[in-house]
Design a protein around this ligand. Structure first.
Ligand SMILES: *[C@@H]1O[C@H](CO)[C@@H](O)[C@H](O)[C@H]1NC(C)=O
Ligand SMILES: *[C@@H]1O[C@H](CO)[C@@H](O)[C@H](O)[C@H]1NC(C)=O
Length: 232
């Protein structure tokens, strides 16, 4: 049974597991393999070189439409570096550990609070935040952003972000309770040219809702992979 404590020990164990890794500029450890394991056929492998791999915990937000079904209106999440776990046996288990810890956290505790709690126990592992912004090209609608401008090795670099648009998506291989795996292409920002969301856990809204009811935030976890980009 994974617990909140298990996530803390996972994070604490990262420096030990990473002892043999080469330290690179942007991620804690060099990531030798560009490919994403077990990518469903609907998503083609990225072309660019892998720059960051992260696990995220956060919420997917939904509003209730007039037809009584939920529509996604954005997400907010905290990302932390798992590059040093990439070649370890822990790597496939990370999404399960993360969602278990996130679900076990008291409702009042934000993803940020959970992460900063972990942060105080271990070396800095936070890469940045994921949230939605107005589409920077059209000025209408919202698009996902990954913002690494205030954390980690990229802190203070105002170009360390990417706003992206979805290219392809497919249902999660783990079941309908988990949000889709998606690939996205950059619109603006230098952090990445391609972004993938994989290994999703939860995040789906209830099947129906009462029109006029309040926005809901559903906890989720996922891996995010950022490829390409040109951050100095
Ligand atoms: C998106 O899906 C289409 C059709 O399945 C495929 O031809 C294309 O290569 C995919 N593109 C990406 C970026 O995954
Ligand atoms: C999503 O929900 C979270 C938690 O309630 C909130 O902090 C955030 O501002 C919301 N974001 C959007 C885009 O609705």
């Amino acid at each position: 049974m994974f617990t909140y404590t298990a996530l803390i020990s996972l994070v604490l164990s990262a420096p030990i597991l990473s002892a043999s890794c080469h330290v690179v500029r942007r991620s804690g450890c060099a990531i030798p393999n560009n490919k994403i394991a077990n990518l469903p056929p609907a998503l083609s492998q990225p072309d660019a070189k892998l720059a960051f791999v992260a696990v995220a915990i956060g919420t997917q937000n939904y509003t209730c439409g007039s037809t009584g079904t939920y529509t996604n209106v954005g997400a907010v999440a905290e990302l932390f570096d798992i590059s040093c776990l990439h070649n370890t046996f822990v790597f496939p288990a990370i999404p399960d550990i993360a969602i278990a810890a996130w679900k076990a956290a008291p409702p009042a505790l934000s993803a940020q609070a959970v992460i900063s709690g972990l942060h105080s126990f271990s070396s800095p592992e936070i890469l940045g935040q994921h949230y939605y912004v107005t589409n920077p090209i059209t000025g209408t609608g919202v698009n996902p952003k990954w913002d690494f401008t205030s954390q980690g090795a990229t802190a203070g670099n105002k170009n360390a972000f990417v706003v992206a648009a979805k290219v392809n998506g497919t249902t999660a291989p783990t079941g309908s309770q988990d949000i889709d795996w998606v690939s996205l292409q950059a619109l603006t920002g230098s952090l990445a040219t391609e972004v993938y969301r994989t290994d999703t856990r939860l995040g789906q809204p209830p099947a129906t809702c009462t029109p006029g009811s309040a926005e809901i935030a559903v906890k989720y976890a996922a891996k995010y992979w950022l490829f390409g980009g040109s951050i100095e």
